[in-house]
Design a protein around this ligand. Sequence first.
Ligand SMILES: O=C(O)CCC(=O)C(=O)O
Ligand SMILES: [Fe+2]
Length: 277
Amino acid sequence: MRQEQMSTPLPGFEEFEEPAGAKGPGRPGISGGHGGSDGDGGAVGSGEPGGRHSGVPGQSPARSDHRREIAPGAVHVPGWLTMAQQRELVTACRGWARGPAPIRHTKLPRGGVMSVQTVCIGWHWQPYAYTRTADDVNGARVAEFPPWMVDLGRRALVEAYQDSTAGDGYTPDTALINFYDDQAKLGMHQDKEERSGAPVVSLSIGDTCVFRFGNTETRTKPYTDVELASGDLFVFGGPSRFAYHGVPKVRPGTGDPASGLAGGRLNITMRVTGLDG
Ligand SMILES: O=C(O)CCC(=O)C(=O)O
Ligand SMILES: [Fe+2]
């Protein structure tokens, strides 16, 4: 059903294959494993958190020392993912974007359509509830949330909160994978369909965006605008878990095609739904 959703172009995402010169030496832990499998994963599921500490040739210098607390419990860690990890995530997301429930512009209850395109794993989010099946797409059960991504989420919390125990017991069971083309935006909203106060772990790949991180009371000021670039981690938990946030702008052409994305922006937000079944 809904042919128009199947044929939505994803410039920079859908058609992109292997970037020229992407296969460099010295990328430990690259398995080529697909995110849809439940194997032990590849670079994103193994090795060092973030991975910018290894001094691997060809990687940009660590930026995680520029970690910044934007609000209590909300932390930005620039450059957390290596290029190799970004490529593995792009490959995994490209697979999920094809199915079992293809990526689509989410329809809103009052007739609007989101400019962002989204595919979910673990649980399917549709305004404003989670289900196991993508009832507003094709009815298919969404892909499993892979163990390697749970592990990545735990390492993200350890890094963001600089606390070796911060990931203990953190078991995200859903991720929304958003693709932004040059025009896409995301209005100020709260992530509040989850019945859990566990943190949201957000990973960005491709073009830089302006990420607006606000307060828990209103969609408006006070807020802080943060530039989220390729490889950046942003975690919001604790007192900031239910803060309003949005993406007012993507900066076209700012991404490095070596990430596997020729254009646009990919964002992955892992969450704990607190749901059973
Ligand atoms: O794209 C982003 O950085 C944020 C995405 C987001 O807020 C969401 O999926 O709920
Ligand atoms: Fe959100």
